[in-house]
Ligand binder design. Structure first.
Ligand code: PAF
Length: 279
């Protein structure tokens, strides 16, 4: 496995693979890799001849400096995850390599970024879309792998890929969960033992809404029951949003429409967690 910190070297590696007739798969990450990332890389390994994992904590998608600074950085362990999952190349640039000067050009994501995380993290999806576009242009993949845990991000990247004609197939990969249901996330590392014990209530709340709605129950009542369930946890997560959204636009719905997603963001202490299930 080659580790490259420069765009020039990553491009040369990818060009050599391409010249040898190999298909290219990319798994963009911000590091602090866990089994969910391992799954993305393994799927890329199974479907592509040359697999690139990128590790870059992208400053432009953090709307709070403290969140960026506290984002876990576990580079040596990340390399082990990439190696074990079968990556051929890890592209791990420094911020100065990706943004040598203040950029003037960015990808606007339109109304897909108006709600949910987009409403609470202004500029977040602009930063995500812009860095993913840059990573696509650097690594020139045939296929790119993203987790369904970040469902709004996935929808935005799918849309950007269509709108800007990137010749890339976006491959959604189902959320990987801990045994107690908590969605795997790099941020879980920052939970205290008590917060970690309380965190699975978020998935249980989503399941509760999914079950009630699938049985024909009212969305308002299902949301109330889910909110009560969350409030009963100790410590109780502070819910930022809990919405049933339309799959195409990620617009919150007042009543049930199918198919859709129920999505949640909530804070446990200083850690913001997100999760979603399809209804
Ligand atoms: O999901 C992430 O880890 C990041 O948002 C991504 C897609 C790697 C862009 O920085």
């Amino acid at each position: 496995m080659v580790v490259s910190e420069t765009i020039a070297e990553a491009r040369a590696q990818v060009a050599a693979a391409r010249a040898a007739g190999r298909s290219i798969g990319v798994v963009p990450t911000m590091g602090a890799l866990h089994a969910g990332h391992g799954q993305l890389i393994e799927q890329a390994r199974a479907e592509c001849a040359f697999v690139v994992a990128t590790i870059f904590v992208n400053p432009t998608q953090f709307n709070q400096t403290a969140d960026f600074e506290k984002y876990p950085r576990t580079f040596e362990a990340d390399l082990a995850v990439c190696r074990n999952a079968g990556a051929d190349l890890v592209f791990a640039p420094a911020a100065g390599e990706m943004y040598p000067e203040r950029g003037f050009t960015a990808v606007e994501v339109g109304k897909l970024g108006d709600h949910l995380c987009g409403a609470f993290r202004p500029g977040h999806f602009r930063g995500v879309a812009t860095v993913v576009a840059k990573l696509f242009l650097i690594t020139q993949p045939d296929r790119a792998y993203f987790g369904e845990k970040d469902a709004q991000q996935l929808a935005i990247i799918e849309r950007m890929t269509r709108d800007l004609n990137f010749p890339v197939d976006i491959v959604p990969v189902p959320t990987v969960r801990e045994a107690d249901g908590l969605a795997m996330s790099s941020r879980n590392l920052r939970l205290t033992a008590e917060e970690r014990a309380a965190a699975p209530v978020l998935y249980r709340a989503l399941q509760l809404i999914r079950e009630r709605v699938n049985q024909g129950g009212s969305l308002a009542e299902a949301r109330e029951a889910a909110a009560a369930l969350i409030a009963s946890a100790d410590p109780a997560p502070r819910v930022e949003y809990l919405e049933l959204v339309d799959l195409d636009t990620f617009t919150p719905q007042a009543s049930v429409m199918m198919p859709s997603r129920v999505a949640i963001a909530a804070w446990l202490g200083e850690v913001r967690l997100i999760d979603n299930v399809r209804v």
